[in-house]
Design a protein around this ligand. Sequence first.
Ligand code: GDP
Ligand code: MG
Length: 448
Amino acid sequence: TLSQRLSRVIKTMRGQARLTEENTKEMLREVRIALLEADVALPVVRELIARIKAKAMNEEVIGNLNPGQALVGIVQKELTNIIGGSLSEKEKELNLATQPPAIILLAGLQGAGKTTSAGKLARYLVADRKKKVLTVSTDVYRPAAADQLKVITEQAGADNFPMDASLKPLAIARDALAHAKRYFYDVLIVDTAGRLSIDEAMMNEVAELHDDLKPSETMFVADAMLGQTAVQAAQAFNERLSLTGVILTKLDGDSRGGAALSVAYTTGKPIKFVGVSEKIDGLEPFNPEGMASRILGMGDIVALVKEVQKAVDVEQTQKLAQKMKSGSKFDLNDFKAQLAQMKNMGSFSGLMEKLPSQFAEAASKINDEDAQKAIARTEGIINSMTPFERTHPDIIKASRKRRIAAGAGVPVQEVNKLLKQFEQTQAMMRTMQKGGLGKMMRALGGLS
Ligand code: GDP
Ligand code: MG
């Protein structure tokens, strides 16, 4: 963890009674790196470091703690505060205190998880809060989205108001509201259309819904895996709508929780729920302390790899070797981990030269910059897959491929190419499993 790492950094400083500019300098640099690696936006990192510094200066180091541990405590606390640790329970809860039906409007980019979250919220309200809930889709561009909402609304034990796709979104929502009033619903959940990137038409549409319906809750739904893109979107939506909260989805993936920090900081709005699975019950109240640890922990791993300047993360490689020895399958998560390692190595040509001679010729043809770009694109595609798809690549057929391609902003052919590449790597891994792995690992380990 970051704490262990920092403790190591300042071991020599044991016995110092105060945190000073001097003795925190190196540690703050580590924290900064950890945050950046966790995908926290730069302005947020700056602000956070400034706050930590202000808090830390002249803070007394109590008891057995060394200055590093004391600093980690401050970091943890400030991080937790920014993402909502100081909010009251009431501020974190859904606000339904209004003349029923209370309206919940969901906004966000396509693929963020709006429709899924609408179903999850419906389930939560029906099962846990004993509410009578109606859902409605206003996604007139994709009738399939309305069907999707209908299906999960039924799973949630709530009712769905059928979408008349010949009407405008606002007219549909008004009809649904009239129906909800007439039949005494407690809550109306309004799902909206999203686009792949922020555009005027989408903004106008959702702003119109917002201004007319005057929802009790206007929630921005953000995909935690999108990192910086999620932050930009949050900012754009927050400027046009008075958001009341955020739902951060796909935290079950290996997303770096940095997006949580940036989105909360940029919008100043509480993260009320997090999505932790594709399933209808995969919605949890947000836990700021847990998220702070996740951000620090995740960033630390990357920082550690950087610091040691090892081309290959030995621990990762060993884990992979262990996994293969135990006979389990090499999946897309492993593939992605490998790519991340390659990115850290920086120079492919350099690496390849150290591998057996048959690779040396290939190495001379590699352009490192192109290779880095290709890796980034490939990572983008894997990021657009659900965790289940990553561990079960076989299920990725035509419609999933289209969704993944759309999510990553690449043509479907690129997804095909990646899957092909993955299959080849998998085959290679299988061969190595039968003997060659030790040799390859030694070759990689010899680099520094
Ligand atoms: P929308 O375009 O914003 O309505 O997004 P959807 O609700 O259709 O979700 C897009 C994809 O993300 C679907 O494959 C969902 O199953 C998946 N998804 C949404 N939320 C989560 C989550 O919290 N965890 C996981 N694993 N998948 C999610
Ligand atoms: Mg949708």
